[in-house]
Design a protein around this ligand. Structure first.
Ligand SMILES: [Ca+2]
Length: 200
């Protein structure tokens, strides 16, 4: 078509608007509602105010590579579950919604919801709340579609309050995606403010 002759450079979509429902193609990242190259968001501009509280993103996570980690959509389009779970507004850490896990299993980000940067180490955090006396709640990162290329699990023992889990994973080059897993031992585990960023 006519436009094909005048594509301006490597990334014709760089600088175009984006949001949690309109991801950037070609490995570009959505930063402050604009598509940028991965190397272009953590230096130079000096902007980045606002703390990333917008939309479905997690609070206090300005460079979150995961869509929907704050569950503020009120539904779970960006997550999958090996069993029943829901988005609900009765028990939240921030905003109006959090995920509620209602049987043992793993909450896993959907394909494409987490857009990693090839060759970089990624730092994750998730806030979880479980019933005191139930089993440990875990956090893992891994390569998409792999059941073996996963980080070791980090865990907390639930105490009835919101607790922070952290983990890290070196995402290799040459793969198609990354997932974040919250592993729950039992019913009534709440999850909010899941964040994955390139490690500082
Ligand atoms: Ca939330």
């Amino acid at each position: 078509m006519l436009l094909a002759a005048c594509i301006p450079g490597r990334h014709p979509v760089e600088g175009k608007p984006c949001d949690r429902d309109h991801a950037c193609p070609d490995g570009l990242l959505c930063r402050n509602l604009v598509c940028v190259e991965p190397g272009n968001f953590d230096g130079g501009s000096g902007g980045g105010s606002g703390g990333g509280a917008g939309g479905g993103s997690a609070q206090a996570c300005p460079n979150n590579l995961l869509r929907g980690g704050g569950f503020e959509d009120g539904h779970l389009v960006n997550f999958n579950w090996m069993g029943p779970f829901t988005a609900q507004g009765a028990t939240v850490r921030t905003g109006a919604f959090a995920a509620r896990i209602t049987s043992a299993g793993s909450l896993i980000s959907q394909f494409g919801a987490l857009q990693p940067v090839a060759g970089m180490e990624h730092c994750a955090e998730a806030w979880v709340r479980g019933t005191a006396g139930s089993g440990a709640i875990g956090l893992q990162l891994g390569r998409q579609f792999s059941t073996v290329d996963l980080s070791a699990e980090t865990t907390v023992t639930p105490d009835g309050t919101w607790q922070k889990l952290t983990n890290r994973f070196a995402y290799p080059s040459g793969h198609v995606g990354m997932t974040v897993h919250v592993n729950a031992p039992a019913a009534d585990v709440f999850v909010d403010d899941v964040c994955v960023q390139v490690c500082p």
